[in-house]
Design a protein around this ligand. Structure first.
Ligand code: FES
Length: 114
């Protein structure tokens, strides 16, 4: 089972938040939904917006590869970096994965959750 460690750009949120026993084939967006972590997802997780933008600090190799379409949407995200991904497209591939994710400050994103 995989492990995902979340940190938050918004320092008012208690961190880090470590989630263990994560099933393979779970996306980072699914995980945020399941654990009440605020991550916007305006298109509903179909790679058609950039509101689920996250930073992958480590463990990138154990995630589904980035697609051209995802890269296009990342370009439209606020403050993209080399580590940027879309949370709905980051599907965990390995049961031994240890993935570190930073969630951007959601107050700067016009979106909705849940
Ligand atoms: S929720 Fe829209 S691209 Fe991920």
């Amino acid at each position: 089972m995989a492990t995902v460690k979340f940190t938050f750009e918004d320092k008012s949120i208690a961190q880090p938040l470590v989630i263990e026993n994560v099933d393979v084939d779970t996306s980072i967006l699914d995980l945020t939904e399941d654990h009440d972590i605020h991550l916007n997802h305006n298109c509903g997780g179909v790679c058609a917006c950039s509101t689920c933008h996250v930073y992958v600090l480590s463990g990138e190799d154990d995630l589904e590869e980035i697609s051209d379409k995802e890269e296009d949407f990342i370009d439209r995200a606020i403050n993209p970096r080399l580590s940027s991904r879309l949370g709905c497209q980051c599907v965990i591939l390995s049961k031994d994965a240890f993935i570190e994710i930073e969630i951007p400050d959601q107050s700067r994103i016009i979106g909705h959750e849940h």
